[in-house]
Ligand binder design. Sequence first.
Ligand code: NCD
Length: 338
Amino acid sequence: MDFRGAHIISVKQFERADVDQVFQVADNMEPYAHREKVSKVLDGAILGNMFFEPSTRTRVSFGCAFNLLGGDVRETTDVKTSSITKGESLYDTARVISGYSDVIVMRHPQVGSVAEFAKASRVPVINGGDGPNEHPSQALLDLYTIKKELHSRQRAIDGMHIAMVGDLKHGRTVHSLSQLLFLYKDIKFTLISPEELRMPTEIVAELKAAGHVVIETDDMETGLHDNDTVYLTRIQEERFTNKLEADIYRGRFRLNQAIYTRNCQPNTVIMHPLPRDSREDANELDNDLNQHPNLAIFRQTDNGVLVRMALFALILDVADKVDLSAKPVGWYTESRFE
Ligand code: NCD
């Protein structure tokens, strides 16, 4: 695809070569994200960061990624303080904000809202999550992490076994990640969820039709066997119309040190898009794994900055100009990246 000026709405837009291109540009961003060098390639550019749903890492890492390339960030983080509460349409909001920004990232609770917004926008729009539907930049950073983690274990994405655990019905990260893995060869998906929270049937059918193996189960312990990666998710309680229903599922599938040691291969990478629900009754990914070398959750969040820098650089067509304005960082900094 031609990234220049493109909206990024769904992982279905990508071919495998596009993913490779994002990853290659992301690799080049490392000295900047790791605070070795500073670039001003987006000096003067403005990101409109529009988050109409709660977010910590997606919002902040998109903002940081833009700042690290020298650009400025304007944020709208609350529906209450935006004119959407006065009845303004997505169309009007998009027309207005795209006059103030060079690129927009948007998160919104409704499926399809970001696509609708993008149609009216005069600048490129990146989907930061549209309800339970998709979260393409998260899928890219997840896959980038998987690639690096597996590479260090002499494994590749093709032929990998991945278990996805939790709320696979409402979890947009697993929807996007599985549809991105669709592009690779011979993936074995073990989808572990309560019967009522299974992966949407269309996604399962597409994966199977492409020749991937898909096993659906509610038996976590056997489902954990024989995987390269285990990807845990939070019960998405904000998506339940009856909040009490979420209580039934919360805490049902948990990974902790004992369960990991008993069921997983010793090399299995542990992932989670975060936030993990650390409340007593949930705790789908226990703190007792915090020091485990295979716990990749904070490598995921660090990688998110690289991948989001790459998306901005490609969309705004500066990927090969980043180094031109580079200079060493001018402040005291210690390496804190793995
Ligand atoms: C996820 C999301 O918002 O979909 N978080 C994220 O962006 N890293 C997952 C979640 O909220 O459970």
